[in-house]
Design a protein around this ligand. Structure first.
Ligand code: NIG
Ligand code: FE
Length: 396
């Protein structure tokens, strides 16, 4: 039993105190009701939540833990990360900060370092990053391949990713490796590489962008992945207007990620097809690109998720609280919308109904904040506010 919770965010609107007429419920803003319970308790059994509500009504439990009035939120669901790689690209970042634009070309630097690394190096690096994420409240993380770009290397990356999470994504179609014919590479990705990778992956992804893969290649990769039992998601419209979002909607992807450039038609398309838009503000921060305007997406009825896209190139932040703070400050999201997007939104992007909320039947994934309210996540950027993280009922 976890008690003494000053503010519990459930993401379950039925749980929150009903709003007085003509007044919005606490924590609800611009349409997102976080289902906040004050002076709350949560009972956990066998890794799941079995009771949540006002502390006064909590049932008896074997073990009681008082969190002293702190806020508790659902664990963050980071639905987009590239954690299997070696080396870093700090020098490339430095060049960007003095005016060089981001290009996908840098990916090849990481590919060379990754290929040269041992399994243990890759595993150690990825583990460290997952641990770093846990300390910042992330309880579910998606991990992509994409720095191997040949059959053995992509399969190896996914095997390592799968040791750390069930949410693994085959991104053989990240860029065309050096000295390779693009058409022949797509053949390889949808053939032998997919066969070797599908057993270790849940998702298939493609970087649909000028300089990476065009719409036809992207469709081929996603359809072949789907035929092999993988669900599609897409790197779309990161560097410019293009067909990425359209392709994502056409194939019924779970999520279109980045969406830095989106036309009104793209927004309507996302809303109509139920494709989640996963916005990645740490990337705009680290590339000096303009932030997408989340308000446009929300007003168009699009489901919005926020994720880190943690990777050594376009943005090397593992912090969901940082992404959330940027979303509020730079993308016109309310704090409530941003918290929802970083938890329930991520769960929607991964088509998961057991995470991203706290209530009877959810997984016991949560973050205890060293703060009285979730508002402090955006209000106190850069401050390590996550005191403790619980994953499936165990303190991580
Ligand atoms: O999501 N856009 C493509 N892939 C990554 C960046 C990879 C890299 O620069 O190493 C992204 O931003
Ligand atoms: Fe990415």
């Amino acid at each position: 039993l976890l008690t003494g919770i000053g503010e519990l965010v459930t993401n379950d609107p039925d749980r929150g105190a009903p709003a007085a007429p003509g007044e919005s419920a606490p924590g609800s803003s611009a349409g997102r009701d976080l289902g906040i319970v004050r002076e709350a308790a949560v009972v956990v059994d066998h890794g799941a939540v079995v009771w949540a509500g006002p502390a006064a009504g909590a049932p008896a439990a074997d073990e009681v833990r008082d969190v002293g009035g702190r806020a508790v939120v659902p664990g963050f669901v980071d639905s987009h990360a590239h954690l299997v790689f070696a080396g870093d690209r700090a020098v490339e970042f430095e060049a960007r900060m003095t005016g060089r634009p981001y290009t996908a070309g840098g990916i090849r630097t990481t590919v060379a370092a990754t290929r040269a690394a041992s399994d243990d190096e890759l595993r150690g690096n990825a583990r460290r990053l997952v641990a770093e994420m846990r300390r910042q409240g992330t309880t579910t993380v998606e991990i992509k391949s994409g720095y191997g770009l040949d059959v053995e290397q992509e399969a190896r990356s996914l095997r390592i990713a799968h040791e750390l999470t069930p949410e693994t994504t085959f991104l053989g179609a990240h860029v065309v490796p050096p000295d390779t014919d693009p058409a022949a590479y797509v053949d390889l990705v949808v053939g032998e590489m997919l066969d070797a990778c599908a057993p270790h992956a849940r998702w298939v992804d493609v970087f649909c962008e000028r300089g990476a893969f065009d719409a036809d290649a992207a469709r081929r990769v996603l359809r072949a992945g789907a035929a092999a039992g993988l669900m599609p998601r897409v790197h779309a419209n990161q560097l410019g207007h293009g067909p990425g979002i359209e392709v994502a909607c056409e194939v019924g992807a779970a999520s279109a990620d980045h969406c830095t450039f989106a036309s009104d038609a793209d927004l309507r398309n996302l809303a109509d097809s139920g494709v989640v838009a996963t916005l990645l503000p740490s990337i705009e921060f680290s590339t000096r690109q303009p932030y997408p305007d989340a308000r446009r997406f929300l007003d168009a009825g699009v489901t919005v998720a926020i994720a880190t896209d943690c990777n050594p190139g376009s943005g090397f932040s593992s912090s969901m609280p940082f992404a959330l703070a940027l979303a509020v400050r730079e993308m016109r999201m309310s704090p409530a919308e941003a918290l929802w997007a970083a938890t329930a939104g991520g769960a929607a992007a991964l088509r998961r109904d057991d995470v991203g909320w706290l209530g009877v039947g959810s997984r016991a994934d949560l973050a205890v904040l060293d703060a009285p309210s979730y508002l402090h996540l955006a209000y106190r950027p850069g401050v390590p506010l996550v005191a403790e993280t619980m994953v499936a009922g165990s303190w991580a």
